[in-house]
Design a protein around this ligand. Structure first.
Ligand code: GSH
Length: 246
């Protein structure tokens, strides 16, 4: 029996955004099973996945527990040009590098600014996931924020380290783009481009990601300032350009 693939997510997670982008691009029919942070554990464990979102339960019941595996599955089952062109080791290396370093850094910096602001946090928590999670998430916001802060080491020193990782990555990508190329590898979008743009989204705040962000007027000014600075860099402009093609 085949079923519609189910993507289990933390709705606003950038790794989940990466998976959604690949599935949408490959024109694959799927349903999103969206949750709030921490509440995501139950459906993930039930599906036999790891604790991290996203996980994809495919049409034959296979469970993919990592966003990179989901991208590869899209290549095998979708209709788009492959995100991993056969034999292109550079795409593989860049994608892996962004996953390991850029993703955790943008997540920490984004949470650092978001969690300080109660109204902005509540706005994000109110948008997706089952109603009971949103009600409970709202009521337990201080506890949930404390757990996230501890679990992800979201503090001023951590934020500074993450900022340095993002700055380094952005300047390396800026260097790469200096010869005027439109994409990181070759002349079309690959997993490297998609992964950079999705994982940079928490600091670029692309319009196309706005349904996962606090409403414009609730974005804390310090957060907006940081995002504006990243948006103005060559790597930031390029990330936003990838989003225009999303
Ligand atoms: N390598 C994983 C990372 C995914 C990841 O870090 N997901 C986060 C959300 S942004 C998560 O589910 N965290 C919950 C936890 O680690 O307990 C992937 O690419 O799928």
């Amino acid at each position: 029996m085949t079923m519609t693939p189910r993507l289990i997510t933390i709705a606003f997670s950038h790794y989940c955004e990466k998976a959604r982008w690949a599935l949408d691009r490959a024109d694959i029919d799927y349903v999103e099973d969206a949750h709030l942070p921490l509440f995501s554990y139950l459906p993930l464990v039930r599906a036999g996945a790891k604790r991290t979102a996203p996980a994809l339960v495919t049409d034959d019941g296979t469970v993919l527990v990592d966003s990179t595996d989901i991208l590869r599955w899209c290549d095998a089952h979708g209709r788009a040009e492959p995100l991993f062109p056969p034999g292109d080791d550079e795409v593989v290396a860049l994608e892996e590098e962004f996953d390991r370093h850029l993703g955790p850094a943008t997540r920490r910096l984004g949470y650092f600014y978001l969690l300080k602001d109660k109204r902005a946090t509540l706005d994000v928590l109110a948008k997706h996931g089952p109603r009971w999670e949103r009600v409970l998430g709202k009521a337990s916001r201080p506890l949930a924020a404390a757990l996230l802060r501890r679990g992800l080491r979201i503090d001023p020193a951590g934020a500074e380290r993450s900022r340095a990782v993002i700055d380094r990555t952005f300047s390396e990508i800026g260097e790469r783009l200096r010869d005027g190329r439109k994409y990181l590898c070759g002349d079309r979008l690959t997993a490297a481009d998609l992964t950079f743009a999705a994982l940079a989204a928490p600091v670029l705040l692309p319009d196309q990601y706005s349904e996962y962000l606090p409403r414009e007027e609730l974005v804390p000014p310090a957060f907006r300032e940081v995002a504006d600075a990243y948006r103005a860099t060559p790597a930031g402009e390029y990330g936003l350009r990838m989003y225009l093609e999303r």
